[in-house]
Write a protein that binds this ligand. Structure first.
Ligand SMILES: CCCC(=O)SCCNC(=O)CCNC(=O)[C@H](O)C(C)(C)COP(=O)(O)OP(=O)(O)OC[C@H]1O[C@@H](n2cnc3c(N)ncnc32)[C@H](O)[C@@H]1OP(=O)(O)O
Length: 540
């Protein structure tokens, strides 16, 4: 269900710097994604939201923009559409990624209720991967408000710093009104979501320019949510104001209200959309400009000022987690990043499990050991055939406090935080290997039940840093980058359990001897695991 749009960037699409404006781009992205959604749904669809968007690359007049969209997963009445935007230079043919984004569309035939969607047909390995991860992104999307509110409560305790020479945010307020005409709407008369985003971008950019006296460049957009529809004939009032500045960037908030003729006279607006846009500005040499500090002067202004700090924290921690490399200590477990850490935990294991190129290194009766090499990264997989139902294996393997019973590498294991039914943080200590200190790990264990019978149960494990549990001299604090189980049901009484581990220096001492053949501890542990599961099941 893929739809592609190509556009040549013309002067009419470009801003004063000769670069493609964010407005036309957002319009194209929304229209292409909506076409993919409608191709899947078979009825008309509306944009419910567009997740955070980052713009990595600018496109110039004369270059070609390609927008590829695909429905990743249909939920009940809504579906996630993946959007990939690239820019191609016609002279060199070089292609660069401008943005990767995700939007949600709801199938809504005109003058009818919402309709239930059929599942997406998964053809390629990438389809399967995106399908698995879409459910995780949906959790982040739908849980964003709670995370944000929690952060706001924390940040409200911090005082707003009074700074000399700070500019009043009121100075940046911009209001603009648009009349929705037929070219701004689809064939059912609904204003295009992309058109609303484009208008919001224009007003926000004027607001930002009041501070930098230059042409601001849109860098990122916080989730756009379309609370309610607007139609041809509606008047849309856009109010934009700078919420806060951060050295080289500025966050502008835009609120959109719609009125039909009657509501206009009675001054009864419908709040249809709010969004937060972050801009940079550069001088003639392309160097980033510094924005002046701002000071809010109203109660609402103070709330927005703190809101901008909270959103920036969420955005940066997310970026940090998604660009995680193996050579850095694990991310701290904080309010601003918990949803993303859980996402990255599940996503990393799902990616590892789906990688092509696994080699079998050992085959026993009911155990197979595989390895995977990618550059300097080594991973292994232990596949076990177990005569217990998959849900039983899942409940026994996701409870890490039971692991000492079958894994002799675990000396102790205790729950540090039971974050939710699906997320727990454990402190694990493990026996020393010859010539090494005993090790300890602080790990996040994320467990997920399958949404459909064909999907596996998942138990993902990665290290996190908890301030309350710093490293101690007694143990060498070690890191797990990506590990865990996927459990596939074979029948009502048997399943295949796959254990994955991306080898880090902390795990290497336990594995080296196995990989060189001088130890059998991996297969011994796997046999113990099977015995534990089958024995436990027979006692249940
Ligand atoms: C290019 C042409 C397309 C366009 O541009 S359309 C124009 C712009 N968009 C609009 O005018 C839409 C305005 N909004 C609306 O009409 C409604 O808010 C909307 C999106 C239909 C949702 O209606 P509600 O009555 O709130 O429905 P609901 O709570 O039962 O949710 C229905 C499904 O939508 C999901 N949803 C609602 N808000 C969301 C959000 N912000 N982000 C992601 N998903 C969201 C919700 O989870 C539910 O999903 P599911 O049914 O479980 O699959």
């Amino acid at each position: 269900m893929a739809v592609c749009m190509c556009q040549a960037v013309l002067p009419a699409h470009a801003g004063p710097r000769g670069e493609l404006g964010a407005g036309p781009l957002l319009r194209w992205m929304d229209a292409t994604a909506c076409l993919a959604a409608e191709k899947h749904a078979g009825v008309s669809c509306v944009t419910a939201s567009m997740d955070d968007i980052q713009f990595e690359e600018a496109a110039r007049v004369g270059q070609i923009i390609s927008i590829r969209t695909k429905v990743n997963r249909a939920f009940k009445t809504s579906m996630e559409v993946g959007i990939k935007v690239t820019v191609q230079d016609v002279l060199t043919n070089a292609e660069k990624i401008v943005s990767v984004a995700y939007a949600t569309y709801v199938a809504k035939p005109v003058d009818a209720g919402k309709v239930e969607l059929k599942p997406v047909e998964l053809l390629s390995a990438e389809d399967h991967l995106e399908h698995s991860l879409a459910i995780e992104r949906r959790r982040i999307r739908l849980g964003y408000v709670q995370v944000f509110q929690k952060l706001m409560q924390e940040s409200n305790k911090e005082d707003t710093r009074e700074e000399k020479d700070a500019v009043s945010t009121e100075h940046t307020h911009v209001q603009s009104t648009e009349l929705v005409l037929p070219p701004h709407a689809n064939h059912h008369g609904n204003t295009f979501g992309g058109q609303i985003m484009a208008w919001m971008q224009t007003v926000a950019s004027i607001s930002a320019s009041r501070l930098c006296r230059s042409h601001p460049i849109l860098k990122s957009v916080n989730m756009f949510k379309f609370w309610g529809p607007s139609f041809v004939g509606d008047r849309l009032v856009f109010n934009a104001i700078v919420n806060n500045t951060f050295h080289n960037s500025v966050e502008v908030g835009v609120r959109v209200e719609a009125y039909n003729c009657e509501e206009w006279i009675k001054d009864q607006p419908r709040h249809i959309n709010s969004a937060f846009l972050t801009f940079n500005a550069v001088n003639d040499k392309g160097e980033l400009l510094t924005f002046p500090r701002v000071k809010p002067t109203t109660e609402d202004g103070v709330r927005r000022y703190h809101g901008a700090i909270a959103r920036r924290r969420i955005r940066l921690t997310r970026k940090c987690i998604l660009s995680a490399k193996g050579d850095k200590p694990s991310d701290a477990w904080e309010t601003s990043n918990q949803a993303y850490l859980s996402y990255s935990n599940i996503a990393a294991l799902t990616h590892l499990a789906r990688k092509p190129g696994w080699d079998i290194t050992k085959t026993l009766d009911n155990i197979r050991i595989w390895t995977h090499e990618e550059g300097a990264v080594l991973s292994f997989k232990v596949e076990m055939q177990v005569k217990v139902p998959s849900h039983v294996a899942f409940s026994l393997l996701s409870d890490f406090s039971l692991r000492q019973r079958w894994d002799r590498h675990f000396l102790t294991c205790k729950v540090l935080q039971a974050v939710s039914e699906e997320e727990k943080i454990y402190h694990i200590t493990s026996a020393p290997t010859t010539g090494h200190q005993p090790r300890d790990f602080v790990v996040l264990v994320s467990q997920r039940q399958p949404c459909r019978p064909q999907e596996p149960y998942t138990v993902a494990v990665r290290s996190v840093t908890l301030r309350a549990v710093p490293p101690s001299p007694e143990f060498c604090r070690s890191e797990i980058l990506c590990a865990g189980f996927q459990i596939h049901s074979n029948s009502s009484s048997s399943c295949t359990v796959c254990y994955f581990n991306q080898v880090t220096s902390g795990v290497m001492p336990y594995l080296a001897a196995n990989l060189t053949g001088s130890s059998k501890s991996i297969e011994d542990t796997a046999l113990e695991c099977i015995k534990f599961l089958e024995l436990k099941d027979s006692k249940c």
